[in-house]
Design a protein around this ligand. Structure first.
Ligand code: SAH
Ligand code: SF4
Length: 366
């Protein structure tokens, strides 16, 4: 029996892989071995969270951002971007479309702003969504770093979940990806504040970053465990040509398959380690392969975030180049996604919130 076989058997017996085993799994290249890894993760997913996908309708409400992350297409320093912000009315209408389409939840995402006008605007919008949907929609926010007080206010106004990726859990790599005034420690503090404010808390990383090693990725997986997070949203890094980090990976086009594979391996390892959390199969996987999100489900993910933003605004919200679904309206996306999910034998949790089971484990809440 080789090392890979014995690692697989241990996992099947319920023994958690150590860092050495994770390294071997994350560096697998052989197709048959990869399929075995994905199928082990899929079995764990089936056992802990079922073969059901939850949809969160994604509203990208503004590309105005006060930050300058070196990898991101809508960073403040990119003067080629035409900036927009949706009105409250537009955001509410889009979330009501999600409700009518039986999506249990929505995600509100945007560039980062923490000025009082924006904080009030989000609070007001959350109250309006809660009122108009009669509290029937689960609401996730992905609006970056904020004060504890802001998190508390947004929670009170009706949001239950928050996604804030750590981007890389290794402080050194984090600093290579961000300008000097972005702080790793503050980002970690934000995650703790989110938990304290009562949120179902999600984090994640980019996979296949310049300078990133397998050891960094193992550290990321251990970080998710250590913080006891409820949800994971992670995806492959994709180059945006108008960003400073682009020059660190000139060979990106030749690496697309590799990036996809790394993304899938991380999903599988996260499922094996964290078991009952929600894991998103992200759009970045689909940017690398039209079937990428289905492959994510088969590697252990159980959440999808179909874009429901009005197509007029989508071109303005390109975090990376080659973002898919730019002209496809929300209705078309829904139908093609549904078909591809049913085709792999899974069901869709329509009208369900699909809260992460781990949240109840962590907090003891009903
Ligand atoms: N401003 C908020 C939310 C929007 S950005 C925030 O930063 O948290 C959402 C995510 O997009 C980021 O967390 C980052 O991981 C991802 N992202 C940005 N640029 C990317 C790129 N070039 N490739 C892949 N993912 C990227
Ligand atoms: Fe702004 Fe988020 Fe992009 Fe950073 S990743 S530049 S905070 S939108």
């Amino acid at each position: 029996m080789n090392n890979f076989d014995s690692i697989c058997r241990d996992i099947e017996k319920g023994i958690e892989p150590d860092d050495g085993a994770l390294k071997l799994l994350l560096e697998l290249e052989d197709e048959a071995e990869l399929q075995r890894l994905f199928s082990i993760a899929y079995d764990i997913k089936t056992r802990y969270v079922g073969r059901k996908v939850y949809f969160r309708g994604l509203v990208e409400l503004s590309n105005i951002c006060t930050k300058n992350c070196l990898y991101c297409g809508i960073r403040k320093g990119n003067s080629k971007v035409n900036r927009f912000i949706l009105t409250k009315q537009e955001i509410v209408e889009e979330t009501l479309w999600a409700l009518k389409s039986h999506y249990g939840s929505v995600v509100l995402q945007s560039g980062e702003r923490s000025d009082p006008e924006f904080v009030d605007f989000i609070e007001d919008t959350l109250r309006e969504i809660t009122l108009r949907s009669e509290g029937k929609l689960g609401i996730t926010l992905s609006l970056g770093e904020q004060s504890f007080e802001t998190y508390r206010r947004w929670f009170e106004a009706g949001a239950q979940r928050y996604l804030l990726r750590i981007e890389s859990s290794d402080p050194e790599l984090y600093h290579k990806l961000h300008p000097a005034d972005h702080s790793y420690e503050e980002r970690v503090d934000c995650l703790r504040h989110l938990q304290k404010a009562g949120f179902q808390t999600g984090t994640g990383v980019m996979i296949g970053l310049p300078f990133q090693t397998t050891e960094n990725l193992i550290h990321d997986l251990r970080f998710f465990q250590k913080l006891d997070i409820d949800m994971i949203g992670m995806g492959p890094y994709l180059v945006h040509p108008d960003t400073p980090l682009a020059e660190a990976m000139p060979e990106f086009e030749a690496k697309r398959k590799h990036q996809l594979k790394m993304g899938l391996k991380m999903i599988a390892c996260a499922r094996i380690l964290l078991k009952d959390v929600n894991i998103a199969s992200t759009t970045a996987l689909q940017a690398l392969d039209s079937n990428g999100r289905q492959q994510g489900l088969l590697a252990g993910a159980n959440v999808m975030m179909p874009n429901i933003t009005d197509t007029r605004y989508r071109a303005g919200y390109q975090l990376y180049a080659g973002k898919p679904g730019m002209n496809e309206n929300s209705e078309e996306s829904k139908i093609s996604l549904e078909q591809s999910i049913l085709a792999i034998g899974e069901t869709i949790g329509y009208d369900e919130w699909g809260n992460p089971k781990h949240f109840y484990q962590r907090t003891g809440k009903e």
